[in-house]
Design a protein around this ligand. Structure first.
Ligand SMILES: Nc1ncnc2c1ncn2[C@@H]1O[C@H](COP(=O)(O)OP(=O)(O)OP(=O)(O)O)[C@@H](O)[C@H]1O
Length: 262
């Protein structure tokens, strides 16, 4: 569903994304982690066809990231950090708006289905501006999947959301993947990252570690002197650049076999 090869994005002389390669297969959840400003949103915006890469190549849903931007946009769902909702419209009107925008065939039926799925019926006629963060998050999520996209990008979807809503949210993500949806999600929550099939850790524009949790634990066990380091241990280790880690150097210390994953 996603195949990136050495994707780079420069804003003037500043390189926000630096040679990222990535593969995400159908039905999997890929978690993207990194400190603020690591380049996660920029990478997502390129994959969504919103921002052209400065270098490298990639395909999303089989379409070239540069030539196929329009086709990519039609086939994906994107929930941005700012939740692109209209505060003066009601919950139902917001979801209806996105349903019409994406040309959903049975608009009313689909919207009612989503209102029920996200337990939004009670609030369906309230203006979004009057609602709390957890409900707004559900409205944004419903709007992002209203056209049943096969590939979904979620940029910090649970930031500031209570633990119960977060749990429900993840149950819905699993349901979607069971139906074949592929998901790329960014998060700052380690428990959420551990729920992903694979994670990628970004630091200063580079993908500095990538793999399933077990793979990463094996990879970093020696360096962290723990048999099974937690993802948080690994995250802190990589992000603090202990030993000046980057794609090559850091892994070099862990042995040549470990390099293949990074
Ligand atoms: N349009 C732009 N022009 C100039 N610099 C930009 C632009 N967009 C992003 N940047 C810079 O690129 C870097 C990466 O930003 P990005 O938003 O991708 O990081 P992030 O990992 O998503 O951070 P966060 O976790 O805070 O959302 C930051 O230093 C940011 O200031």
């Amino acid at each position: 569903m996603i195949q990136l090869y050495e994707i780079t994005k420069e804003f003037g002389t500043f390189r926000a994304v630096d040679g990222v390669s990535l593969t995400v297969t159908k039905g999997k959840i890929f978690g993207l982690l990194g400190a603020n400003g690591a380049g996660k949103t920029t990478l997502i915006r390129m994959m969504c066809g919103i921002l052209p890469p400065s270098g490298g190549s990639g395909r999303v849903m089989g379409h070239d990231m540069i030539k196929g931007q329009k086709k990519i946009k039609r086939q994906i769902g994107y929930m941005s950090q700012k939740f692109s909702l209209y505060p003066d419209l009601t919950v139902k009107e917001n979801i209806l708006f996105y349903a019409r925008l994406y040309g959903v065939t049975d608009v009313r039926g689909r919207v009612n289905e989503l209102l029920e799925l996200f337990q939004l019926q009670e609030n369906s006629h309230k203006k979004v501006s009057s609602l709390g963060g957890g409900i707004r998050q559900r409205v944004a999520f419903a709007s992002a999947i209203v056209h049943s996209p096969p590939l979904l990008f979620l940029d910090e979807p649970t930031s500031g959301v209570d633990p119960l809503t977060r749990r429900l949210f993840w149950e819905q993500l699993y349901e979607l993947t069971e139906r074949g949806t592929t998901i790329l999600v960014t998060t700052h929550y380690m428990d959420e990252a551990e729920r992903c099939d694979e994670v990628g850790l970004m630091n200063e524009g580079k993908m500095v570690a990538k793999g399933g949790l077990n793979d990463l634990q094996c990879c970093f066990a020696d360096a962290l002197q723990k048999e099974k380091p937690s993802l948080e241990d690994i995250f802190v280790y990589v992000m603090t650049g202990q030993g000046g880690y980057d794609d090559g150097e850091g892994l070099g210390k862990m042995g040549p076999d470990d390099r293949r994953r990074i």
